[in-house]
Design a protein around this ligand. Structure first.
Ligand SMILES: [Zn+2]
Length: 173
C-alpha cells in the first residue's frame, strides 16, 4: 500500500485531484504541490543494571498492548533525539539519565488508529546511576530487569525493538 494512501486531499489547496507521484510522494494536479512522506523519528534505549539484566517495559497502550518493549517514543518537533530519549526515560520510568551513547537505527512500521506510521527508530545505551527511584508510568504498565539469558525475544511486540534487542544481546555474549 502507498504510504500516502490515507491522504485524499492536497494539504496546500485542498483539491481532491491528489494522486501518486512515485512510491513515496503524491502530487496535486491543481496547484502542483508534491508531498513526500518521510520517516517519523523515534527513540528507544537500553538500560542495564549491575547484574547484567536489561530493563524491559510492558506496553500499557495499543498498539501491541501487553507485549514487552524498550523505554522510548516519538521525537517531538524541534527536539533532539538525545533530549527525546531523556524525556521518555523520565516520563515512563521516573529516572534521570546521566549519559547516553548512540548505537544504531532500524526502520519500523507502527499502526496507530488504523494509520501505518513509518518510523526510523534510533537506539541508545543509557547510563543511570540511581535506579532505586524507578516507577513505571505513562505508556508503561510494568518495568522489569530481566537477565540477558532469560529474555524471550518473542514476547517483544514491535518488530524493530525485537531486532534491536537481538542485536544488543548478540553484542553482549
Ligand atoms: Zn494543491
Amino acid at each position: 500500500m502507498h504510504p500516502l494512501d490515507k491522504f485524499k486531499y492536497c494539504p496546500v489547496c485542498g483539491a481532491d485531484n491528489f494522486t501518486e507521484n512515485d512510491d513515496k510522494s503524491k502530487k496535486c494536479h491543481k496547484c502542483g504541490f508534491r508531498y513526500y512522506l518521510n520517516a517519523v523519528s523515534a527513540v528507544a534505549g537500553f538500560i542495564v543494571d549491575d547484574n547484567n539484566r536489561l530493563l524491559l517495559c510492558r506496553r500499557a497502550k495499543e498498539p501491541l498492548k501487553g507485549t514487552w518493549d524498550l523505554p522510548g517514543g516519538f521525537v517531538d518537533i524541534g527536539e533532539t533525539a538525545e533530549d527525546a530519549i531523556r524525556r521518555e526515560v523520565k516520563e515512563e520510568l521516573n529516572l534521570h539519565t546521566d549519559s547516553i551513547r548512540y548505537l544504531f537505527s532500524i526502520p519500523n512500521e507502527y499502526l496507530y488508529s488504523g494509520f501505518n506510521v513509518r518510523t526510523l527508530d534510533m537506539f541508545f545505551m543509557i547510563k543511570i546511576s540511581d535506579l532505586s527511584i524507578l516507577t513505571a508510568k505513562d505508556d508503561v504498565a510494568q518495568a522489569m530487569f530481566i537477565p540477558f539469558d532469560q529474555i524471550n525475544i518473542n514476547s517483544i511486540g514491535l518488530k524493530s525493538i525485537k531486532i534491536a534487542v537481538e542485536k544488543f544481546l548478540a553484542s553482549r555474549v
